[in-house]
Ligand binder design. Structure first.
Ligand SMILES: Cc1ncc(COP(=O)(O)O)c(C=O)c1O
Length: 362
């Protein structure tokens, strides 16, 4: 294959972390001493304080103890889920959803009740039927806001509706908010914990991976309400990988000084979104709306009469472009394909042209 490979598989940003982060981490490494030994209490404490100040900008107020640092949000997800759930419990979640959510729950032996985010509602919840997905064993609901792969930014009304069901059935809410800064057009991010009465039943799952392009640093955290702090802290200490000591320096710098960088990234993703979604939407046989949040194009190829896996394999074979089949994101999602917009516009333009050529060849 002579054409250069275009990798649009994982949601791994194409740029480096902000300079304030690399400077802080390099500085910590050069200093050595406490920065290159076990973290102790002071360094994580400063990080926790930065998280508390940061998250306050979305409404809810926490104490540093409510923040449990982890090695990425993959570990944060595990800590949050393992704090609340036992084998045989059930969780309500939505489809399409991030494949890691299904994988983790499946491996923990947790049952899943899966409510659809339908194309017809722009991948939003149908609150009128949502309660039908709740059973006596349903202990919690997992919301990914904004959602990977559909980009759904849950409205305040939706979150209140989900919160009401959670309160009526005494369910915990897991709120995976790792894309919260990437919101476009008139959409607005609402912190679930900021809504009346929900802070006490919400565990936030947070990450530096996407916000600050820090996937390889492995830094994330859980924010747990008071009643779950002790258990979550124990679960994290006993089972989950924790951040490297010098990485805390990068995280604290990111939260204190990195916000202009985040807005630059948001604008770049917005430009890519407008270009790529419209370009794919113009291809005969495909449909792609501009998504509301996160950074994934989620396009409909159902009219082609083939599975998403065959589409993705064919595109790779003929055009050397790697994207991810919708099948991985749910049980009824084989008619879509996911494309993370983690390449600049000229590369996305080349990718869209190759996708068009592939579709025309069918
Ligand atoms: C919704 C969601 N949650 C969690 C993660 C895990 O990210 P990390 O472990 O890098 O923080 C991802 C990664 O793509 C994701 O999309």
């Amino acid at each position: 294959m002579s054409r250069p490979f275009i990798n649009l598989n994982a949601g791994d940003p194409d740029v480096e972390a902000p300079k304030c982060v690399t400077d802080a981490v390099l500085d910590a490494l050069k200093k050595g001493g406490r920065w290159t030994h076990y973290a102790g209490s002071e360094i994580p404490q400063r990080f926790r304080e930065a998280v508390v100040d940061y998250y306050k900008t979305f409404g809810p107020e926490y104490k540093p103890e409510n923040v449990i640092p982890t090695a990425g949000s993959s570990a944060a997800l595990y800590v949050a889920l393992a704090t609340i759930l036992e084998r045989g419990d059930e969780v309500l979640l939505f489809e399409p959803s991030y494949s890691g959510h299904y994988r983790l729950l499946g491996n923990m032996g947790v049952k899943m009740s899966i409510a659809p985010l339908k194309k017809g509602t722009g991948f939003h919840t149908d609150l009128d039927i949502l309660e039908e997905y709740v059973n006596p064993e349903t202990k919690a609901v997992l919301v990914c806001n904004p959602n990977n792969p559909t980009g759904t930014v849950f409205t305040e009304r939706e979150l209140r509706g989900i919160g009401e069901i959670a309160s009526d059935h005494d369910m915990v809410i897991f709120s995976d908010e790792i894309y919260l800064h990437f919101i476009y057009d008139d959409n607005k991010f609402t912190s679930t914990a900021s809504l009346d009465g929900l802070q006490d039943r919400t565990l936030n799952i947070m990450s530096f991976s996407k916000t600050f392009s820090m996937t390889g640093y492995r830094l994330g955290y859980v924010i747990a309400p008071d009643r779950y702090v002790e258990k979550a802290t124990t679960v994290a200490a006993m089972t989950a990988p924790r951040p490297a000591t010098f990485v805390y320096a990068g995280g604290t710098a990111a939260l204190r000084k990195g916000m202009p960088y985040v807005e630059e990234r948001r604008l770049a993703y917005d430009e890519r979104r407008k270009y790529f979604c419209d370009a794919v939407n113009d291809i005969e046989g495909l449909g792609c709306r501009r998504f509301e949040g996160a950074f994934y194009a989620w396009f409909d190829m159902g009219s082609l009469g083939m599975s998403s896996v065959d589409f993705v394999n064919g595109l790779m074979e003929q055009e050397n472009v790697r994207v991810r089949p919708g099948k991985l994101f749910g049980l009824n999602t084989d008619d879509h394909v996911r494309v993370p917009l983690v390449q600049p516009v000229p590369v996305l333009k080349e990718a869209a042209e190759r996708i068009e050529r592939f579709v025309e060849s069918l």
